[in-house]
Design a protein around this ligand. Structure first.
Ligand code: NAP
Length: 281
């Protein structure tokens, strides 16, 4: 039941009708008995700044932010957490009572949570790590692995200059490679993460030389539609252990929920099964 005291949060993006976040958050709200609701907001790029600024003051507790607004969201904030600054992208905005906006990025936490859950023996400090892509997701992943102790991160991107920018910003533990150097960058890695949008919604997957990774390398894809992307299917065919993007999505939603509703999600809610049902699985 929605009451006069219902705490409102949501997710903003374009398109947004595909978002899994309302399913996760509303299942947790119901199980925790919180008087709250979480809704999707479809906003055009032209209207995004006015929409966000109009929520200052806390009529809405907070927003998750998804494609294509993560960079714009950061620019509208008054306070920025270190991890959002490092990622140069925000996936969480919290509206404070004094009118301020706090920007955070929980995608890195989600990534680490996904590895902890689906590849429990994985140690980011034990071997080099390879990340494909150089957008906000790749940058956030490199920052999260650095904070988790990684000492050799290889960022591989179609546009080399974008990978070089990440390496310059994050320091000597991060090195940049072009896609044509991928096989070299995959040598000896403990994990390979696809943080490109290739493979999304049935688009052609990335043509990456996965066989160049060691047989023990954990292969992860941030894309979760489809859940088993062509990239993950290729990794599985090679016998590599895999981690999927849905585990990351759920992992980033946990601290987002805490930011909006003041408590961690209740245990025992099988949100993965709910999300898989929504994916038709
Ligand atoms: P972005 O800023 O748009 O970056 C996209 C990256 O993909 C760029 O590095 C781009 O290379 C590369 N790319 C796109 N198509 C390619 C192709 N056909 N071949 C080679 N490279 C290609 O996006 P983002 O925000 O970083 O997000 C990346 C992906 O992660 C998205 O699919 C997003 O949905 C996913 N994601 C998932 C989660 C989760 O919770 N599971 C969280 C965050 C993001 P160029 O630089 O050369 O253009």
């Amino acid at each position: 039941m929605i009451t006069g005291a219902t705490r409102l949060a949501g997710v903003v993006g374009q398109p947004i009708s595909h978002s899994m976040s309302p399913i996760l958050h509303n299942a947790w709200l119901a199980a925790a008995g919180i008087d709250g609701v979480y809704v999707p907001f479809a906003v055009t790029p032209e209207a995004f700044a006015a929409f966000v600024n109009g929520l200052r003051g806390g009529s809405v507790a907070g927003l998750n932010v998804t494609v294509p607004f993560k960079t714009q969201a950061l620019a509208l904030a008054d306070t920025i957490t270190d991890r959002a600054r490092l990622a140069q992208a925000a996936n969480v905005l919290v509206f404070q009572e004094d009118g301020g906006i706090l920007a955070d990025n929980t995608d890195g936490l989600g990534l680490l949570a996904a590895f902890a859950q689906q590849a429990p023996g994985f140690d980011p400090a034990a071997a080099p790590l390879a990340i494909l892509g150089a957008g906000g997701a790749a940058r956030g992943a490199a920052a999260a692995f650095l904070s988790a102790g990684a000492t050799d991160i290889r960022v591989i991107n179609r546009t080399l200059a974008r990978a070089q920018e990440i390496a310059a910003d994050l320091g000597p533990a991060v090195r940049a490679y072009g896609l044509d150097q991928a096989a070299q960058a995959f040598e000896g890695v403990g994990a390979l993460i696809n943080a490109t949008s290739a493979g999304l919604s049935g688009s052609a997957g990335l043509d990456a030389p996965l066989a160049a990774t060691p047989s023990t390398a954990v292969v992860m894809d941030m894309v979760y539609k489809p859940l088993i992307t062509p990239f993950l299917a290729q990794a599985r065919a090679l016998g590599r252990p895999t981690v999927d993007g849905l585990a990351m999505l759920i992992g980033q939603a946990v601290p987002s929920f805490a930011a909006f509703y003041g408590q961690t999600p209740p245990p025992g809610v099988d949100v993965r099964t709910l999300a898989k049902q929504a994916l038709g699985l």
